[in-house]
Write a protein that binds this ligand. Structure first.
Ligand SMILES: [Fe+2]
Length: 285
């Protein structure tokens, strides 16, 4: 395979600055108690900050000549907002025509209540962004995009988890027989610290996590890249890297808004996170 690199983005989440702008100290304190750093800021409306940051991400992909761009979910904050979706898609349209973009569903995109999908919210998502789980290849490497919202809670969308599991089995088998590295994208990180950590808001639920991790390990997948946590996190499962990437948009930790450059090399996958304004001059492979 020829080495290449791509840019991974997560959580541009149009509307989130407005969601958390102007909240009281009590709300900030309550969020901090849950581990999320909401900033004290005056109230704002719309999504001016998100537009600026996502435009920066797209222009970095153009400048560095990324092989493709993947957006690991939470494109919008409000799943019912046509204006937020339209702005994401308008800015993504500024990507050079030879650079494909791949959308991964987030809980704020496909979750009707920002947590769980319904048949209708899935239909809306698929109409705007395309399939919620799919596979693609680039230069001898195989990529799987997962819908971690139906992994998180399959019960309101009967049959979706079973169909996705079948898809994962089929695509992993095809990728193994093709050879080359296998890389997976998901909105929710598989886990943050340990593969057997308890289920919570931030990870794949243990019951389905065990099934998926076993399949990925058997296929020798190199990495799972995710978002959702709005800050960086690095873990591993055997030789497989389990990475959460900071937000393009509103940060919930100490990592500033930014993007990840992922190099796919014949024997390994390397990556770095860059804050906007602090990107590399070029990417050496
Ligand atoms: Fe998010």
């Amino acid at each position: 395979m020829d080495p290449f690199f791509f840019i991974q983005l997560a959580d541009p989440q149009f509307g989130m600055f407005a969601r958390w702008g102007g909240v009281t100290d009590e709300v900030i304190e309550a969020q901090l108690f849950k581990g999320s750093k909401v900033r004290k800021a005056p109230p704002v409306q719309g999504f001016e900050d998100e537009s600026r940051l996502f435009t920066e991400a797209i222009s970095e992909a153009n400048r560095l000549k990324s092989a493709f761009v993947v957006v690991c979910g939470d494109m919008v904050n409000d799943p019912d907002s046509e204006t937020e979706r339209a702005e994401v898609l308008r800015i993504a349209g500024g990507l050079d025509s030879e650079i494909p973009i791949h959308w991964v569903p987030g809980n704020h995109d496909v979750g009707a209540d920002t947590v769980s999908a319904t048949p209708e919210s899935l239909r809306t998502y698929r109409g705007a962004f395309g399939p919620d789980y799919f596979a693609f290849q680039h230069s001898g490497a195989s990529f799987l995009v997962l819908d971690s919202i139906t992994i998180d809670n399959p019960s309101p969308v009967p049959g979706e988890w079973e169909a996705q599991l079948e898809f994962v089995r089929t695509e992993l088998a095809a990728a193994v027989s093709r050879g080359g590295p296998i890389i997976v994208f998901s909105h929710h990180p598989a886990f943050l610290k340990t593969p057997d950590e308890p289920t919570d808001y931030w990870n794949w639920p243990l019951e389905r996590r065990e099934v998926l991790l076993r399949l990925l390990r058997d296929a020798d997948a190199k990495a799972v890249f995710a978002g959702h946590w709005h800050r960086n996190n690095y873990s591993s499962y055997g030789d497989m890297q389990v990475v959460a990437t900071g937000a393009v948009g509103y940060p919930l930790g100490d990592d500033p808004s930014g993007y990840r450059v992922v190099k796919v090399l014949p024997d390994r996958v390397e990556h770095d996170y860059y804050a906007f304004g602090n990107g590399p001059g070029s990417v050496e492979l």
